[in-house]
Design a protein around this ligand. Sequence first.
Ligand code: ATP
Length: 861
Amino acid sequence: MNWHTSPTDAILNELQSNMDGLPDDEAAKRIQQYGPNQLQEKKKRPAWMLFAMQFKDVMILILMVAAIVSGFVGDVKDAIVILIIIIINAVVGFVQEFRAEKAIDALKELSAALVRVRRNKQVKQIPATEVVPGDIVLFEAGDMVGADVRIVESHALKIEEASLTGESQAVDKSPRALQDEEAPLGDRTNMAYKSTLVTAGNGTGIVVATGMETEIGKIAGMLQEKEPATPLQQRLADFSKKLSFVVLGICVVLYGIGIFLRGQDPLNMLLTTISLAVAAIPEALPAVITIALALGAKKLVRKNALIRKLPAVETLGSVTYICTDKTGTLTQNQMTVQEIWQVEKFNLAIPGISTNQALLLLMSLNHDAQKDHTDNNKRKGDPTEVALVQYALQQEAYDDKWEQAFPREQELPFDSDRKLMTTVHKANDQFLVVTKGALESILKICKNADAEPITARSNQLAETGQRVIAYSCKLVQQLPKEEDQTVLESDQDFCGLAGMIDPPRPEARQAIAACRTAGIVPVLITGDHPVTAGAIARDMGILKSRDDRTVTGAELAKFSDEDLDNNITHIKVYARVSPQQKLRIVKALQKKEQFVAMTGDGVNDAPALKRANIGVAMGITGTDVSKEAADMILLDDNFATIVKAVEEGRRIYDNIRKFIRYVLACNFAEILTIFMAPVVGLPIPLLPIHILWINLVTDSLPGLALAGEKADTHIMQRPPRNPGEGIFSQGLGFYTIWVGVLMAAVTLIMQAWAIHVGDAHWQTMVFTVLCFSQMAQAQVSRSEYEYIYRMGIFTNRPLVGAIALTTILQIAIIYLPVLNRIFNTAPLTITELGFSVLVSAITFHAVELEKFLKRRSGKVN
Ligand code: ATP
């Protein structure tokens, strides 16, 4: 059947449905028949492939080939051990990546969309995947259309279909049947397609196709986007590449020295140098970062922050400005009308409506709230709307016959640009047009209103933090053919005001104080009146010093870009702004090198959310459009959650840094030890299997345990991290060098001494010292500033476990005869073991001493 040319009755017939919606059992049957309404994911990489990917590194492949060759010509046992270590390494890598993938999948599932359908005469929200052909769906501005739909009803409906047609201009939609059977998708104005966005108005439609049968399903696959690498990952990947060349250069020189100066066996030397290359190139770092970020994102969900784009976890820690909405974010979004005020002796000129009923009538007619089926006196929906109707319902002067006496004929839904909402009702043989909205907007559409006393009255309410809604109306003889804004929203009579309170969230005040100590500037951007906004901002601590300013949208519009640049750091409250101006604010802040988190919930907030460094959408009240554009969704709509997320972002970034410091210093120590030994006339200290073993046990478990480290106590008392800073900034490069040199130096001195006194176990001692020093380094890397003794050695349990396990394994390698044979080690005497432990502790104490010096020099408090 051709959906867009057929009349809606025929379509309902064809799909065996009706406007009351499908019965539940029929819907259940259809989901069996048609399958879930989802696009098939591109085939996932199977687990074996993920495992195979662990071997894609060229150096690993060369090492495997070299090991196999050496197995054939020489030592089979060594070759087998090398291969086993490589496989264990791959298993560890596989398990980590698998976990990360699972964590990312779980996040995706959480952000799945909901759709409003009418079933069994009742409107309810269901997951988009459960929608079936024949369902009646309802959508409004901000929603993402859940399936392909033939529109049957619409009010000022506009849909943006860029994801399907590439056209970013929203298209007007209406139910009218079309003539042209071949009309291209973009011209089918009575159809709405899955994954397109409703930008204005509202509508109802019949689902005609779901899942892969939808138009978007037919081109699916284009939608599969790959997670982009985070800035840090990109930098690390670049760095790893450069480092590989350096390491390979060192290995070539080492190979030459080994063969020509020390007369080593060429094949053995080849294995040694390649093992060293594998151990020293931190090829796993970018993957470990993904894991740390994915696990961090999982943790953030528990704190009610859902991450949509992984790089956001990394960049959260750099936020310098949080631009936030007011309603619901700083306040509880639990509105209660406190008082109303009506123009004296206001006469509606409708028989049966007395003067003291006029405003109440308007309040009870113009709203978007739904009846609650369980309680006749209750309404559901947007809190502002609910508060206003419910107030009217509870007054004595309210008459419950009004609803039937004044049926709704037309409506212009609320939008934050007009800041108005209009409904038209039949009133006997005339029509009553009722508009409510922001006072300034209402005054603009009223004739003869005396603005001064009305504004004074409104300001009185606003000064106590109340949100003020104004009402106006007119009677017309004829309905315009279609909802026409210029006709309806003009020439009205001003009627009155309603003031409502919305209590602040108790935790928001604290969160704002926390922002300040963390060097983050909180800014309020609201559609509300400047007086209301100012009262709340002062109460919350956003407006604090004398220099802090409030600017209205109208003033902002008059600012030149230069004016804005000069003032922006002083403006803490933007009131009565339109969503488009949010974009201008973000851009101006970014010009000042600020890193901006911006909240938004409406359709028009999407550009600002996209542009912000961290776009934050509201999980409860936010539209699908804003969620699509955001990097992070607040599941509880709460400002305090943003601050918690920033703290968590800082912790995760800190931990990634700890991990990088640790791995790079260890790797540097390994390469230096092995390279310098022949240079200073010592034998090459370790066998390939030793090198690979140390690499395996140091990089995997202790490294991951560092990623789980708790936040430093001062984490929210220091300024945000500069997002442009390189990997080696803040002393990381210096640390890598000095700790690497120290670890290598103590190892080599011990090797020289042991050889000098004729200790036959020198190689096992060197092996043990390198392994233990790295464990000690893992402990000490847990904080850049805090002493481990103060933090408590046992406070990072996974790390303690990793170190204990590694130590037990190392002891087994030293003392178990089987392992002695495999690893070419020898049992150490108690003195030798004790001595090795003491030498290993040197690095630990040296780093603690560095912390002491840093603290003394006042770099930290
Ligand atoms: P906040 O920052 O408080 O969340 P906002 O940016 O969401 O505010 P809007 O919801 O755009 O602000 O509201 C702007 C103004 O429009 C309000 O101050 C109020 O005067 C008016 N308004 C809000 N909701 C409605 C509504 N449902 N009908 C009519 N007018 C409304």
